[in-house]
Write a protein that binds this ligand. Structure first.
Ligand code: PMP
Length: 421
């Protein structure tokens, strides 16, 4: 077990026992130089791998040039260049940007933007959603009561509709999608009038809530409803963006146009940066000066983000995520076939969840925890998710190779076998 400081608050929970000394590519090394395959990527952040030389070089150069050009005081070139560059990867027309530091802040900023632009207050989210921990973002979060318990009252005006979680409902994806859309219509007729509803927030793959991809028909259905009622469709691409799902954006799988895109995590390979993108007509309805923040669009983070985009392009990381994701998915499905406790393997690209279910159909949190711990002991770092913590997720850097995928699957097979012995 890693050393813990007595002064460190027990409020922080550590998922693995590792004290990281350095990171290199897909590996983390501890202080004894033990090597771990990192299939957590700092919760989906270090997509170009740990300390990618190009990102390191860009950041080092920027540190020595200008660290903090506060963007509401003086503008700086890395932010301007990044804005131009992001315009080329964002959906057509959804290309007016501003920056803050984290996913939660970007979610809050999107809600403020949606309220100002529509003059409406309410937001609709889907059960299992994770949009962050700050108070408004926590109000939009239903991935588990640990985020909400004891901190209320939360922000009013948030209505929760079922997510098309096919496995949980024992339905096909199409059935789950139809069911969830019907329930959304019902919610709009009973709880949150379209006239009061500013935005629908959706993760293209439900993340912290259990790694469940939203079927394309569901996202198409959301677009239809958003158009019909003048509600803004906000894609929270904090975890799914930047190639993670094997397409540049998670919503690309459905070909659905968002009104607002939120991106963070993989955007800057580990430097704090998040961005909110929306069409100019929408941004123009917001009040100038109503958004911002001291550290938003930090020059070093912007330089790292530019280098991240270069690496993604030069190394074909979106395609690699699709190919390695397929390989990983296949390997994990074989492990699940051999062990009935893994009831479902699902995901898109390199964002894959393994759901542990007991014989009576209830979530098997203990078996998931045992497999997760056994994997760490064997040198494979993973995370759990889902309200019951019974989904073990794999979210390696997008640079992962076939050999590393195979090595991870081998360790996973041993870990699941050990957890169920
Ligand atoms: N949205 C999604 C989809 C996320 O996965 C997360 C973080 N897990 C957030 C928002 C919040 O991001 P942060 O932790 O940077 O505030």
């Amino acid at each position: 077990m890693a050393e813990q400081s007595a002064e460190l608050s027990p409020i922080l929970k550590q998922a693995t026992p590792v004290l990281a000394a350095r990171g290199e590519g897909v590996y983390i090394y501890d202080e004894d130089d033990r090597r771990y395959l990192d299939f957590t990527a700092g919760i989906g952040v270090t997509s170009t791998g740990h300390c990618h030389p190009k990102v390191v070089e860009a950041a080092q150069r920027q540190v020595a040039t200008l660290v903090h050009g506060q963007y509401t005081t003086v503008m700086h070139r890395p932010l301007l260049r990044l804005t131009e560059r992001l315009g080329s990867v964002l959906p057509a027309g959804v290309d007016r940007l501003f920056y803050v530091n984290s996913g939660s802040e970007a979610v809050e900023a999107s809600l403020r933007l949606a309220r100002q632009a529509t003059g409406r207050q309410n937001a609709i989210v889907f059960q299992g959603s994770f949009h962050g921990r700050t108070m408004a973002a926590a109000s939009l979060t239903t991935s588990g009561v640990k985020i909400r318990a004891g901190i209320g009252p939360l922000m009013p005006g948030v209505a929760v509709s079922p997510f098309p979680y096919a496995y949980r409902y024992g339905m096909s994806e199409e059935q789950a999608s139809e069911f969830a859309l019907r329930e959304l219509d019902y919610l709009l007729a009973t709880v949150s009038s379209p006239k009061d509803t500013a935005a629908i927030f959706i993760e293209p793959v439900l993340g912290e809530g259990g790694y469940v991809p939203a079927p394309a028909s569901f996202l198409t259905g959301l677009r239809e409803r958003a158009d019909r009622h003048g509600i803004l469709l906000v894609m929270d691409e904090v975890q799914t963006g930047f190639g993670r799902t094997g397409r540049f954006w998670g919503h690309d799988h459905a070909g659905v146009r968002p009104d607002i895109v939120i991106t963070a995590k993989g955007l800057a390979s580990g430097f704090p940066l998040s961005a909110i993108a929306a069409p100019s007509e929408l941004m123009e309805k917001a009040w100038p000066g109503s958004q911002g923040g001291t550290y938003g669009g930090n020059a070093v983070s912007c330089a790292a983000a530019l280098a991240t985009l270069d690496v993604i392009e030069e190394e074909g990381l979106v395609d690699n995520a699709a190919q390695m994701g397929e390989r990983l998915h296949k390997g994990l499905a074989q492990v699940a076939d051999a062990h009935s406790v893994v009831g479902d393997v699902r995901g898109l690209g390199l964002m894959i969840g393994n759901e542990f279910t007991a014989a009576d159909g209830s979530p098997d949190t203990e078996a998931a925890a045992r497999a997760h711990r056994a994997a760490a002991d064997k040198g494979l770092l993973l995370l759990t998710c889902g309200p019951h913590g019974n989904v073990v997720r794999m979210i390696p850097p997008l640079i992962v190779t076939a050999d590393q995928v195979d090595a991870a699957v081998e360790i996973w097979a041993e870990s699941v076998a050990q957890a169920t012995a």
